[in-house]
Design a protein around this ligand. Sequence first.
Ligand code: PGA
Length: 247
Amino acid sequence: MNYLYIANWKMNLSYSQSLDFCTNNIDQLNALVYSAQVVLCPSFVALGPIAQVLKKSSITIGAQNCSEFESGSYTGEVSAASLAEIGVSYCIVGHSERRIYFGETTEKIIKKINLLYANAMMPIICIGENKEEFLQKKTIHALTEQLEPILKTFVHQQYKHIIIAYEPFWAIGTGIIPENTYLEEISIWLKNYVAEFAPDCTMQLLYGGSINEKNIHQLKTIKLIDGFLIGGASTNFETFCGIIKIG
Ligand code: PGA
C-alpha cells in the first residue's frame, strides 16, 4: 500500500531551511514517490519557491492554513485561491495548534474546507481529543462533536473524498503515542462513522502525533491507517526518509 505522508513543518523551518531541505535532497525526494505519496507543508512564504523547485517532481505541496474568507480586506490572511494559483494541492485545517492558539472553530474549518474544494485542493482535516477527554474516556464524544458538522457539509456539498488526520492533542510534540489497541479502536470507529454518515465518500485516515523512526514500525501494523502527519520528525530529511522507508 502507498501511504500518504504529510510533513508539517509548522514554524520550525525558516524560509531558507525549507528551501534547502528541497534543493539539497531533490533526487532522493523524487525517488521516494515510487513507494509513497509525499506532501511537504512549509510556511506560506516558502510555498511558491518550493513549488518551483519541485515542479518536475511528483512531490506535492500543502499549506498549513488558509483564510476562511474568499477574498477582501482581511489583513494578514492568505486566500485559498492564491494557494491554488501557486500550485498548492493540500491544506491542513483544524490542527490542534490552530484550535488552541488561534481560535479555529468548526465553523471556520467548514468555511475553509468549502473554499479549498472550490479551488480544487484537498483539505487535511485534523481532529483529536485533549488529555482530559482522553483520561475521562470521552474520545468518541470529542471526535463526534468535531466531525459531525463537517460530515454534514460533505454530504450536503456531495464531496467525494475526505482526508482525516486523527491527532490526539496529548500526543503532539510530547514523544508519547497511543497504544496500538487504542488506535485500532479509534480507527475502526472513525472509518465506520464516516461510512455510515457519508456513504458516497471515500476516506484516507492518517495518524499524527510524535511519530518517529522508532515508533513508525508499530504504527504501520495498524491496517486501517492510510498515512501519517509528521511534525518534528519531518524537519530532518534523514529521519523523514527513515520513517517512509521503514515498514
Ligand atoms: P509532532 O507533530 O509529530 O511533532 O508530534 C504532529 C503534528 O502536529 O501534526
